[in-house]
Write a protein that binds this ligand. Structure first.
Ligand code: SF4
Ligand code: SF4
Length: 115
């Protein structure tokens, strides 16, 4: 195994291809049924820019929403718990999404699915 110095700092990036058909879309369906705002999100990142939890952790509501929509659920339950439910993101979301309810529904569905 070569170290990064002998590879001149170059390396092959891990494959980030999303196999959408093989991912779990049950969670997204259940969350959207309880909070339709999941489908209104345009991934603008305004919520992440103002997020209280993001000041102390690497939490990003924008990323959480994207992962739910893509069905990429690995590690999501732990990540979603970092939200403090302060509601700041709800004040700035340009789509008027009830973001607090969205994160509550994501947590609820992940817990009910034992994910
Ligand atoms: S409610 Fe959660 S996601 Fe929204 S700003 Fe507060 S900590 Fe961040
Ligand atoms: S601010 Fe609203 S529309 Fe923008 S990424 Fe966050 S939830 Fe989605």
């Amino acid at each position: 195994m070569q170290d990064s110095a002998s590879r001149f700092g170059y390396f092959v990036s891990p494959d980030r291809q999303i196999d959408f058909d093989r991912n779990n879309h049950e969670v997204a369906s259940k969350v959207a049924a309880a909070e339709p705002g999941l489908n209104w999100c345009i991934s603008c990142g305004t919520c992440a820019a103002t997020c209280t939890a993001a000041k102390f952790t690497d939490f990003s509501l924008r990323r959480i929403i994207l992962q739910v929509k893509r069905g990429e659920l690995k590690g999501l339950a732990r990540e979603a718990q970092k939200c403090m439910l302060c509601g700041k993101c709800q004040l700035v979301c340009p789509r008027g999404i009830s973001t607090r309810n969205l994160i509550l529904q994501i947590n609820r569905v992940l817990q009910s699915e034992n994910l």
